[in-house]
Design a protein around this ligand. Structure first.
Ligand SMILES: Nc1ncnc2c1ncn2[C@@H]1O[C@H](COP(=O)(O)OP(=O)(O)O)[C@@H](O)[C@H]1O
Ligand SMILES: [Mg+2]
Length: 262
């Protein structure tokens, strides 16, 4: 469905942030992009959705192809019309509006006749939003605000949903609940998902395929099941290792094993 080939992204014509990203998202899959803070995950999603334009960013090399069309450097609205919807990091909602009003804003690209059906669909997956549909969205809990952000995206009937760190700042139980809903949206609604996460454990638990990003590059990719077993991923992203390493000798082999460094 989506193919990035050797994509480079530059800001202000001089700051090179993505240094040749290649990745694929298959129709119907959940694909995840994991990596530490500052790796370039959000920039990748902003490039796909066209939002880098608003930050003076540009795809300066390579391509982004969606459903057979080249879409790099198009306007965000044109990209949204193709069915790519981006849920940005940090639960961007309209605090002053009610949840229902937020959802109506999310449906602005849909024909009027589909709005009611869209609301029903969102309330089916997020019954808590229905219960709280008439209060100010600013009073919702963090988890409910994340649900509202995803629900608003759902109102646009996406083919491809780009999710930027839906777990950020939320309690573990709420994260489990939200990931379960994401899984259902994929399986029951057939929405293809590209999920960006620092929470590698949750992301690899949900995804079919994963990419690991560091310093603006993809350093590793494999089916999620395999990535979970990869020693470097276990050590650096899942916080698991066979034994405690304390001596310098250990540190050296540790460095060597981190094969993508340098
Ligand atoms: N608009 C921008 N202008 C300049 N540099 C940026 C801009 N947006 C992001 N960056 C830089 O790109 C790098 C990757 O950022 P980002 O994609 O937000 O990482 P992540 O989402 O993986 O934490 C960071 O070093 C960040 O400072
Ligand atoms: Mg980010």
């Amino acid at each position: 469905m989506l193919t990035l080939v050797n994509m480079e992204v530059m800001f202000w014509g001089l700051i090179l942030v993505l240094k040749g990203i290649s990745l694929q998202v298959r129709t119907g899959s959940v694909t995840t992009l994991i990596g530490a803070n500052g790796a370039g995950k959000s920039t990748t999603l902003k490039a796909i959705s066209g939002l880098i334009k608003l930050e003076r960013g540009e795809v300066t090399r390579g391509s982004i192809e969606f459903d057979g069309q080249k879409i790099q450097n198009r306007y965000p609205e044109d990209i949204a019309r193709l069915g790519i919807v981006y849920v940005r990091e940090g639960r961007r909602i309209f605090d002053e509006l009610t949840p229902e009003e937020n959802l109506l804003v999310g449906s602005y690209l849909r024909p009027r006749g589909e709005v009611e059906e869209g609301l029903e669909r969102v309330y089916h997956y997020f019954p808590r939003l229905k219960e709280r549909r008439t209060i100010r969205a600013g009073y919702l809990s963090g988890g409910e605000q994340q649900m509202l952000a995803i629900g608003s995206a759902l109102m646009a009937k996406p083919k491809l949903l780009l999710l930027d760190e839906p777990s950020l700042g939320l309690a573990p139980l709420i994260v489990v609940e939200i990931f379960e809903i994401i899984r259902r949206l994929n399986q029951e609604e057939g929405v293809t998902i590209l999920l960006v996460e620092q929470n590698a454990r949750m992301a690899l638990g949900l995804a079919d395929y994963g990419y690991v990003m560091e310093n603006g590059k993809i350093v590793l990719d494999a089916p999620a099941e395999k990535l979970k077993e990869d020693e470097d991923v276990r050590e650096f992203y899942l916080g698991l290792s066979k034994a405690g390493r304390k001596s310098f000798q250990d540190v050296k082999s540790y460095r060597r094993r981190k094969r993508w460094l340098g």
